[in-house]
Design a protein around this ligand. Structure first.
Ligand code: NAD
Length: 296
C-alpha cells in the first residue's frame, strides 16, 4: 500500500460511497459526510469515521475529496462559510471528482489556490459498477506535480487516471465523455428497438454486436438491463441532462457544432420533462419506443 492518508470524503451517493469505501479498504483514514445520514453510517460500518458536518470531516485531513451532483453543490461544499475552504487544514489537497462546468472548476481552483490549497478537478467515468469495482477512468486537470502526488489515491479508485491539462481540463474531457456515452446509449436503444421489430433474438443479436466494431462498454454494462427495461439508476437522467447542458454550452462557446449531441440532449431533456429524471440514462430507450409506437 502507498502511504496512508487522512481523507475527508464529502458526498456519499451512488458514486461517493463505494469510492470512499475503497479508500478505507486500501488502508486510508476516511471521514465521510453527506447531506443524508444513511450513507455516512454505511461508511462507518466499513471502518470510516462518521462526520457531522464538512468542518468536522476536514479536521485533520490532508486530503479532501468532493463527489456531489452539480456545479452549485461544489460551490456550496467548497466556498460556503461552513465549507471546505473555510475549515480545511492549511495546504490540504482538494480534489473535486464531481462532474461540473469547466469554468466553475477553474473558478473554484483559483479560489482554493488563493487560500493556499492544492486543487485538482478529477471527474470520473465508469459508472456505479466502475466505482464499486475500482475501475474508474479519471480525467484530471491541474498542476502536474499535484497530480503526481494524488495519483496513488486515484489508482485505488480506478485503473486509468490521466492528467489531461490545467485546471478545468478534466471537466472538458468529461464533457466529451458524456457526449459519447449519451450518443452511444441512444444508438444502442435504436438498434434494440429495430431488432425487436424484426423479431430477432436480441440476446444473441447484442452478444455478437458487442464482439465487433459496434461493441461498447454501454452494450456490456447496460445491454441486458435495456432488453429487460430495467432502468434502476446507475446514472440518473437528471445528471446526464446537466452534463448535456455542459457539453452543448461548451461547444457553442468554442464555436464548434455537435449536431448529434444537441439532438440527444433534447431527448435527455424530454425524458426529464416527462418526470423520468430519476431513471437510469439507458431509459433513452423510452423515447425511441415513443417515437415508433402506433396511436390507438
Ligand atoms: P448522487 O446524487 O447519488 O450523490 C450525490 C451525493 O452528494 C448525495 O448523497 C448528496 O446528499 C450529497 N451532497 C450534495 N451536496 C452535498 C454537500 N454540500 N455536502 C455533503 N454532501 C452533499 O450522485 P452520484 O450519481 O453519486 O454522482 C455524483 C457526481 O458524479 C455527479 O456530478 C455525477 O454527474 C458524477 N458521476 C456519476 C456517475 C454515475 O454513474 N452515477 C458516473 C460518473 C460521474
Amino acid at each position: 500500500m502507498t502511504q496512508a492518508r487522512s481523507i475527508a470524503f464529502i458526498g456519499l451517493g451512488i458514486m461517493g460511497l463505494p469510492m470512499a469505501t475503497n479508500l478505507v479498504r486500501a488502508g486510508h483514514r476516511v471521514s465521510g459526510y453527506n447531506l443524508t445520514p444513511e450513507p455516512i453510517q454505511k461508511l462507518a460500518a466499513e471502518g470510516g469515521r462518521a462526520a457531522t458536518s464538512i468542518a468536522d470531516a476536514v479536521r485533520g485531513a490532508d486530503t479532501v475529496i468532493t463527489m456531489v451532483p452539480d456545479s452549485p453543490d461544489v460551490e456550496a461544499a467548497l466556498l460556503a462559510e461552513d465549507g471546505v475552504y473555510a475549515h480545511a487544514e492549511p495546504g490540504a489537497l482538494v480534489i473535486d471528482m464531481s462532474t461540473i462546468r469547466p469554468d466553475v472548476a477553474r473558478a473554484v481552483a483559483a479560489a482554493g489556490h488563493e487560500k493556499g490549497f492544492r486543487v485538482l478537478d478529477a471527474p470520473v467515468s465508469g459508472g456505479e459498477a466502475g466505482a464499486i469495482e475500482a475501475k474508474l477512468s479519471i480525467m484530471v486537470g491541474g498542476d502536474p506535480e499535484v497530480f503526481a502526488e494524488a495519483e496513488p489515491l486515484f489508482r485505488v479508485l480506478g485503473t486509468t487516471p490521466v492528467h489531461v491539462g490545467p485546471s478545468g481540463a478534466g471537466q472538458t474531457v468529461k464533457a466529451a465523455n458524456q457526449l459519447i456515452v449519451a450518443g452511444n446509449i441512444q444508438l444502442v436503444a435504436e438498434a434494440l428497438v429495430f431488432l425487436e421489430a424484426h423479431g430477432v433474438d436480441t440476446e444473441a443479436g447484442l452478444k455478437v454486436l458487442n464482439g465487433g466494431l459496434a461493441g461498447s462498454t454501454v452494450l456490456t454494462r447496460k445491454g441486458d438491463a435495456m432488453r429487460a427495461r430495467g432502468f434502476e439508476p446507475g446514472f440518473r437522467i437528471a445528471l446526464h441532462d446537466k452534463d448535456m447542458k455542459i457539453v452543448t454550452t461548451a461547444a457553442r462557446e468554442a464555436g464548434v457544432a455537435i449536431p448529434l449531441g444537441a439532438l440527444v440532449a433534447q431527448f435527455v431533456g424530454a425524458l426529464k420533462a416527462q418526470g423520468h429524471g430519476g431513471l437510469d440514462h439507458s431509459a433513452l430507450l423510452k423515447i425511441v419506443e415513443q417515437l415508433s409506437t402506433k396511436e390507438g
